[in-house]
Design a protein around this ligand. Structure first.
Ligand code: ADP
Ligand code: TRP
Length: 330
């Protein structure tokens, strides 16, 4: 096992989609088999937008159950809830004192929120709470508290990891070498999963297929994939088909080659192709979905897994916070 510590947080804001699964969750789960991984549900980060405790709790269970159902290796991976580790609040407070306000002013998400206000002629700070403004400090605390080396994130989070490096650097310069320098790992843009309309599958385009939808909803979604008007007998280029692009991520090499050939040869209509795609995705996801549904109706088991994670993460957090307090306060 590599000595490097991998850490990532997932915000509990709803069911991930197939793009998130293939592009982010599946690689993380693979990595958890060989590397020490801290994986937490970033419920504190959801607080700046979700002001409903029941909803946050429910979404937290969803993400935890989903990661376990997909096969997260709980020997190497420490799965926990961000808010369960009290050291995170402490470190967050301490780090505010070495974080320049100007750095926060430059955060993309804060700037985007201001730009939106300016565009509609509202006060620039309308609807912006301090949770949003200081979001990158909390994320820095997450990363530094667990001595992370590698932080896999989506492209939109890259700046936050760079801020974590900046803040660690400011701290180390004042107080001596205390924090490691984390490296962001950004999911590549190649192999992007298309959504129902052929564009990148994304929450913001409303074109998603949820990872664990009930079987009949999954089928309905897949049947709604937009295609061109080619007839069944027409020859088709698989690379231009959303159906094939999705199939590629779930089937075996031999199945993929056969599917592509059926498209090229002509004779397979889009309806048939969608049915084959549905059956494939459904069979790959059936077992994890059953496990997910089981856990969601037995949330005490999720709590037990999170409690074990909190115990293991807490030990690391206490050690780091101890060092930081000593450096800052003597
Ligand atoms: P969305 O675009 O739906 O808001 P996010 O930005 O929350 O998705 O993405 C979270 C993670 O999932 C990122 O690491 C990103 O790389 C991955 N991801 C999102 N959409 C896709 C996609 N269509 N194909 C592959 N990976 C994706
Ligand atoms: N901010 C991340 C997101 O919105 C979630 C997150 C919180 C995170 N803390 C983190 C990711 C630490 C990586 C490391 O997706």
């Amino acid at each position: 096992m590599s000595e490097k510590v991998v850490l990532t947080g997932i915000k509990p804001t709803g069911m991930p989609h197939l793009g998130n699964y293939v592009g982010a969750l599946k690689p993380l789960i693979e990595q958890s088999k060989t590397q020490k991984t801290f994986m937490f549900i970033a419920d504190l980060h959801a607080l700046n937008t979700i002001h409903d405790a029941a909803q946050i709790k429910q979404h937290t269970y969803e993400i935890a159950a989903l990661m376990v159902a997909l096969g997260l290796d709980l020997n190497n991976a420490i799965l926990f809830r961000q808010s369960d580790i009290s050291e995170i609040y402490h470190l967050n407070t301490l780090l505010t004192n070495v974080t320049p306000k100007g750095l926060m002013n430059r955060a993309h998400s804060y700037k985007a929120a201001m730009d939106k206000n300016i565009a509609i002629g509202a006060d620039v700070d309308a609807g912006i709470n301090m949770g949003l403004y200081t979001y990158p400090i909390l994320m820095t605390a997450d990363i530094l508290l667990y001595n992370s080396d590698i932080v896999p994130v989506g492209a939109d989070q890259k700046q936050h990891v760079e801020f974590a490096r900046d803040i660690a650097g400011y701290f180390n310069k004042i107080y001596g070498d205390t924090f490691k320098m984390p490296e962001p790992i950004i999911g590549t843009e190649t192999g992007l999963i298309p959504g129902l309309d052929g564009r990148k599958m994304s929450k913001s385009y409303d074109n998603i297929i949820p990872l664990f939808a009930p079987e009949k909803d999954l089928k309905k979604k897949i049947m709604r994939i937009i295609t061109d008007s080619k007839l069944p007998e027409d020859k088709k280029d698989p690379d231009e088909s959303t159906i094939y692009q999705l199939y590629k991520h779930f089937a075996t090499d031999a199945e993929i080659a056969e599917f592509a050939e059926m498209f090229r040869r002509g004779g397979m209509g889009y309806g048939t192709a969608k049915t084959i795609l549905f059956e494939k995705i459904n069979s790959v996801l059936a077992e994890p979905r059953a496990k997910y549904e089981y856990l969601m109706s037995n949330t005490a088991e999720i709590e037990a897994i999170l409690a074990d994670g909190a115990k293991r993460a807490g030990a690391v957090a206490r050690e780091t916070l101890g060092r930081v307090k000593k450096a800052m306060l003597g």
